[in-house]
Ligand binder design. Structure first.
Ligand code: NDP
Length: 298
């Protein structure tokens, strides 16, 4: 059976380190790192994420600011808030919770965030830095950055020559994940909905990352024996066995089958999920170190 990669425990390590490095930064006479989270509208899932981000920011010793705006907020008003946060020296990281209401152009909002405060790593400047290997100053999107840390825990930092298959090509997970694996010297293939013979392709992977959004799509016999399997997917499915109307979370990988083949695998929940917020804290800390003229912590 595969080693279970405990994302919760790795995320707790990251948060502990961020907290210690925050204390060091402040002890040197610098301001606390500041994280501003902006949420527009009442999407319940977004509210849970935002509350959790603000809570973890406080736990790290950050200055944490939350803008909770009504769903009818205009694009102009939101752009004004972003401009004010860009200009605020107490803020090192700005996160606009997605999705935004339909009348707001999310792309325009993301590109309005100052690249040096774009701790989600979605601004073109940060996307370009990641794509060209400028990893010392890039902000990398939190979910792939967290996934990479989990891979490194199992395989080490140099993944030279390993075959990696990333299933999913979104801008927030699949593409940045592929770039990180490439930077770590993997031979990378990106698969998507038009890919042919996906099971056979997946079986070539020493590192298989699933970021699809389809419950348990990746079967046990798609997994190469000994592979490292990173399941980014979070899917809620009905669980009548738990009672009427109940549900449970599953990943994009059929976990029980895949765990028999894999060398190491992330569970859902408790794998990649907890890493996302932890990496947001790490990015905000990095931004604060860079703003203070210090070397970014590794
Ligand atoms: P998107 O919907 O943006 O992208 C899904 C990708 O999967 C697309 O590239 C799509 O291909 C591909 N795909 C869809 N169906 C198939 C198929 N049958 N075979 C092969 N590829 C397929 O999703 P995200 O990248 O945003 O998220 C992916 C998953 O990760 C979701 O479950 C999401 O909830 C989860 N997630 C988890 C996070 C965490 O914190 N753990 C954070 C972010 C996301 P195409 O481009 O051709 O349409």
């Amino acid at each position: 059976m595969a080693e279970v990669i405990d994302g919760k425990s790795v995320a707790e390590d990251v948060v502990r380190t961020v907290k210690a490095l925050t204390a060091e930064l402040v002890a040197k006479g610098n301001a606390k790192p500041g994280l501003a989270v902006v949420i527009v509208g009442e999407d319940p899932a977004s509210q849970v994420y935002v509350a959790s981000k603000s809570r973890t920011a406080k736990e790290c010793g950050f200055h944490s600011l939350q803008h909770t705006l009504p769903a009818e907020t205009s694009q102009e008003a939101l752009l004004k808030i972003i401009a004010d946060l860009n200009a605020d020296p107490a803020i090192n990281g700005i996160l606009v919770q997605l999705p935004l209401p339909a009348h707001i152009d999310a792309g325009k909002i993301i590109q309005a965030i100052a690249p040096q405060k774009d701790v989600d790593g979605f601004h073109f400047i940060n996307v370009g830095k990641l794509g060209t290997g400028e990893l010392d100053t890039a902000f990398v999107p939190c979910t792939p950055a967290g996934s990479m840390l989990l891979i490194e825990r199992v395989r080490g930092k140099d993944l030279s020559g390993l075959n990696a298959v990333v299933v999913g090509r979104s801008n927030i997970v699949g593409k940045p994940m592929a770039n990180l694996l490439l930077a770590a010297n993997c031979t990378v293939t990106i698969a998507h909905s038009r890919t042919k013979e996906l099971p056979a392709l997946a079986r070539t992977a020493d590192i298989l990352v699933a970021a699809v959004g389809r419950p348990e799509m990746i079967k046990g016999d798609w997994v190469k024996p000994g592979a490292t399997v990173i399941d980014v997917g979070i899917n809620r499915i009905p669980a009548p066995e738990k009672g009427e109307g109940k549900s449970r979370l599953v990943g994009d990988v059929a976990y029980a089958e895949a765990a028999k083949q894999a060398g190491a695998i992330t569970p859902v929940p408790g794998g990649v999920g907890p890493m996302t917020i932890a990496m947001l804290m790490a990015n905000t800390l990095a931004s604060a170190y860079l703003a203070a003229g210090l070397k970014r912590p590794s």
